[in-house]
Design a binder for this molecule. Structure first.
Ligand SMILES: Nc1ncnc2c1ncn2[C@@H]1O[C@H](COP(=O)(O)OP(=O)(O)OP(=O)(O)O)[C@@H](O)[C@H]1O
Ligand SMILES: [Mg+2]
Length: 318
C-alpha cells in the first residue's frame, strides 16, 4: 500500500501568468509530506495538477508507471481511484445530505450494496466526529464540519494517496489536534502516501516526514522535516518560524528598500526542532526514524533543546 509520486520539471501558467516553474520532487510511498507557501503561490493548483484536473504546460507526474500529465481520459479515470482528495472548499454537493455526499464515491466507483455502503459511511463519519449529522445539508453546517465531511468522503475508497488542501482552515485548535492525530494514525494504519497543504506552522513542524515550500513561482525546497527545520535558507527559515524578518513581505516579496532596512538586523535563533507526532494506535510509521537521525547523518547540529517533549507551540511563535 502507498505509492510513490514522482513530479519532474512541472510548470503551470494561466495565460501569461506563470504560477510555478520547473517544480521537481518525489512524494515517498507511505510517507506524510506537507506543502507550505504564502497565499496565492499555487498550492491548490499543484494539488489539482497532481490528480489531472489541471494540465501542466511542461513536466510529468509519474504514479505507478503512468504520467498523469499526459495520459488518456480512460487511464486518468482508472488512476484517480487511487486518490482521496479533500479540496480547499470541501467541494460538497449542496443539495445532497452529508451521508449522500460521503457515499457518493462508493456508489460511483464500486458495486457495493447499500448495507455495505452504510457501514463504510458511518465508520468514516465517526472517524471525523460527525456521527449524528448525516442528514444535514452542507449549507446547514459550519465550515469546520464541512471540512471534516470532505475528509470522510476522501477516505471511503481506502485511497493509496491522500491529497488534503488546508484541512485545518476553519477548524478550532482542539479539532486541528484531533485531525492531525487522525492523519498520523491513518498513515500508520493504511500506509497511504499523504500530501497535506497547510498554513498551520505547528502542524507543519510536527506531523510530516517531509516538508516543501512554494515561493515566488518555484519550489524553494523539499526534503525531510529535520532538513527544513534546521535550514538557514532565508525563505525557509522565515516561513517555518513565522518571522517577519526575511524576504517574504505582506504582498509575497519585499522590495529592495524593505530588505535593505533589515540588513544587520539580528535574526532570532532557530527554535528547537519538536518531536514528530507519533501514531496513537501503537503501529509505527513506515518511515519511522529516530529523532535527530537526519541531522546526525548530515552533520547538522540541531538547535539547542531539540527533540524533547517539552516544546510548546509558543516556542515557534504560533
Ligand atoms: N482556473 C484558474 N484560472 C486562472 N487562474 C487561476 C485558476 N486557478 C488558480 N488560479 C490562479 O493561480 C494562483 C494560485 O492559486 P492557488 O489557489 O493555487 O493558490 P494557493 O497557494 O492555494 O493559495 P491559498 O493559500 O490562498 O489557498 C492565483 O493567482 C490564482 O488566481
Ligand atoms: Mg489554496
Amino acid at each position: 500500500m502507498g505509492v510513490e509520486i514522482k513530479i519532474e520539471h512541472l510548470t503551470k501558467s494561466f495565460g501569461r501568468q506563470t504560477i510555478w516553474g520547473d517544480v521537481s520532487f518525489t512524494l515517498p510511498a507511505g510517507e506524510i509530506s506537507v506543502m507550505l507557501g504564502p497565499s496565492g503561490t499555487g498550492k491548490s493548483v499543484l494539488l489539482k495538477t497532481l490528480i489531472g484536473l489541471l494540465k501542466p504546460d511542461h513536466g510529468s507526474v509519474m504514479i505507478e508507471g503512468t504520467d498523469i500529465a499526459a495520459c488518456s481520459r480512460a487511464e486518468l479515470y482508472e488512476i484517480r481511484q487511487l486518490f482521496g482528495v479533500l479540496f480547499q472548499d470541501g467541494a460538497m454537493f449542496g443539495s445532497m445530505s452529508l451521508y449522500d455526499n460521503v457515499a457518493f464515491p462508493l456508489r460511483e466507483h464500486t458495486n457495493k450494496g447499500e448495507t455495505e455502503i452504510r457501514g463504510i459511511v458511518m465508520e468514516k463519519m465517526e472517524l471525523v466526529g460527525l456521527l449524528g449529522a448525516e442528514t444535514k445539508l452542507p449549507g446547514e453546517i459550519s465550515g469546520g464540519m464541512r471540512k471534516r465531511a470532505g475528509l470522510a468522503r476522501a477516505l471511503v475508497l481506502d485511497p493509496e494517496v491522500l491529497l488534503i488542501d488546508e484541512p485545518d482552515s476553519g477548524l478550532d485548535p482542539v479539532r486541528t489536534s484531533f485531525i492531525n492525530q487522525l492523519f498520523v494514525d491513518l498513515n500508520a494504519q493504511i500506509d497511504a502516501t499523504f500530501l497535506i497543504v497547510t498554513h498551520d506552522i505547528h502542524t507543519a513542524r510536527t506531523v510530516p516526514d517531509n516538508i516543501g515550500l512554494l515561493y515566488h513561482r518555484h519550489l524553494a525546497m523539499f526534503g525531510p522535516r529535520e532538513m527544513l527545520l534546521s535550514s538557514e535558507e532565508p525563505v525557509v527559515r522565515q516561513f517555518l518560524n513565522a518571522q517577519r524578518v526575511g524576504p517574504i513581505g505582506m504582498s509575497e516579496e519585499k522590495d529592495a528598500d524593505e530588505l535593505a532596512a533589515e540588513v544587520g538586523m539580528d535574526l532570532p535563533p532557530l527554535p528547537p526542532i519538536p518531536l514528530q507526532l507519533e501514531p496513537s494506535n501503537g503501529i509505527p510509521r513506515r518511515s519511522q526514524r529516530r529523532p535527530g537521525e537526519w541531522c546526525r547523518q548530515n552533520g547538522i547540529v540541531p538547535p539547542p533543546g531539540s527533540f524533547t517533549d517539552s516544546i510548546s507551540p509558543s516556542a515557534v511563535g504560533v
